[in-house]
Design a protein around this ligand. Structure first.
Ligand code: HEM
Length: 410
């Protein structure tokens, strides 16, 4: 029974658009048993939920699809990270946790990171440009965002692969039904990542630097101790882990879907080669049409009515940014991928309101750099024959499982 539900959930996650279309057309809200939530699918309703933060709490925003086994939980208990995080907090606590992130990811700070991101993107492409073919997710998409966010946080570059791996393993542990031994191994990888983050936090408490780790540590602690107290170590690691996972898995996913859709619509790829000034609009269209974060949860704090449906206190909602982004009342021809749309940024792919994405500009820059690099250096890029694309079963990092690309070798 449990297994059947997971299989149905996998199917739904790989291809959610038919369900979204039904929910947008329905009277009121639709309850979806696979998601164990009311689906909010229309642009207007999604905006309303995101505006009414006192009635629709973020406390369950990241509720896992799978509860880890007791043995995996015991491994996690040996790690760090018991502390509030921005994405699941409300009100004043949320504002306190969000403030250092907004500062550290300001337009000026992001602009200062662009040369490094460009250098890393070029170096990764150098690594396979002569080969005539590549599996993009492993060789590029899982690498650039980790390097970039790692630099902003202030991680030692040698630690970035372990931290990136830990982020992917945390996602698997909480959102995929894994066998027991795999759960334990995943939990060990997560704890290894947390120890690296803890080391960084403790170091920045005594030796501050101009990086995001220092800002986060300062925001959770008081100066004057010989070393960062244990409770604040937990808080800093929770905060850092949340930011890192929010920062790299999403961007990795968007690199994959953007290239998938651009190469699947050859004329739009050719248009970008001729008119690179359209690249920012193409990135927005990729986020609108098939963005990584299809939706996050909310829970009602009191009885409320939404779209004519009465909900009791404690009702779970799945707020589907991905469904709202295909609402014909907001986006004409919503199912068509079209990089020449007149108002490309009016989508909800980076959220809206109090919890709107703090890293949107950083993600946009990495995508702009990526598409510029690929259109310029590999103009003959194509989807490789014989590798049908399947989407990963996830609502939070929607992307191809693998993306095999090919081009005429020099
Ligand atoms: C393609 C890339 C990305 C997409 C599609 C994306 C999407 C989103 C969305 C939809 C939300 C709103 C969640 C909600 O309302 O509950 C959000 C929040 C957030 N994002 Fe992003 N994001 C991306 C990249 C990034 C990056 C690069 C960072 C950090 C460097 C980041 C950090 C965050 C954080 C910390 C929040 C929580 C903000 C809050 O709760 O106040 N994201 N993101």
């Amino acid at each position: 029974m449990e297994r059947e539900l997971h299989d149905r959930l996998d199917d739904l996650m790989r291809e959610p658009h038919p369900l979204y279309a039904r929910a947008r057309a329905a009277q009121g809200l639709v309850h979806v048993p696979e998601l164990a939530a009311w689906l909010v699918a229309r642009d207007e309703d999604v905006r309303e939920v995101l505006r009414r933060t006192e009635e629709f709490s973020s406390a369950n925003a990241l509720r896992p699809d799978v509860m880890p086994s007791p043995a995996a939980l015991a491994v996690l208990a040996g790690g760090f990270g018991a502390g509030p995080v921005v994405v699941t907090s409300d009100g004043e606590l949320h504002q306190r946790l969000r403030a250092p992130l907004v500062r550290a990811l300001s337009p000026a700070r992001v602009a200062a990171t662009v040369p490094y991101a460009r250098e890393r993107a070029a170096a990764l492409v150098d690594g396979f440009a002569k080969d005539g073919g590549v599996e993009l997710m492993a060789a590029y998409a899982r690498r650039l965002p980790g390097d970039v966010i790692g630099r902003i946080v202030g991680l030692d570059p040698a630690d970035v692969p372990l931290v990136v791996h830990g982020g992917h393993r945390a996602e698997e542990l909480l959102f995929r039904p894994l066998p027991e031994a795999e759960q334990i191994a995943a939990a060990q990888d997560v704890v290894a990542m947390q120890h690296v983050l803890d080391r960084c936090a403790r170091d920045r408490y005594t030796c501050p630097r101009a990086d995001l780790c220092t800002e986060i540590v300062a925001s959770v602690s008081e100066p004057g101790h010989a070393e960062l107290p244990l409770e604040q170590r937990h808080e800093a690691v929770a905060h850092l882990q949340n930011l890192l996972i929010a920062g790299h898995l999403t961007t990795t996913a968007l690199i994959g879907t953007t290239l998938l859709h651009l190469l699947g619509h050859r004329e739009q790829w050719e248009l970008l080669r001729e008119q690179p000034e359209l690249i920012p609009a193409a990135v927005e269209e990729a986020v609108r049409h098939d963005g990584p974060l299809q939706g996050f949860r909310r829970v009602t704090t009191r009885p409320v009515t939404l779209a004519g449906t009465e909900l009791p206190a404690g009702a779970e909602l799945f707020v589907a940014f991905g469904a709202a982004n295909r609402d014909a009342l907001r986006h004409p021809r919503p199912d068509t991928f079209d990089i020449t749309r007149s108002a490309p940024a009016r989508h909800l792919g980076f959220g809206f309101g109090a919890h709107a994405c703090v890293g949107a500009q950083l993600a946009r820059e990495q995508l702009r750099i990526t598409v510029e690099e690929f259109t310029r250096r590999l103009p003959g890029l194509r989807l490789a024959d014989g590798h049908p694309v399947t989407m990963r079963p996830t609502m939070i990092h929607r992307s191809p499982e693998e993306l095999h690309l090919t081009w005429p070798a020099d």
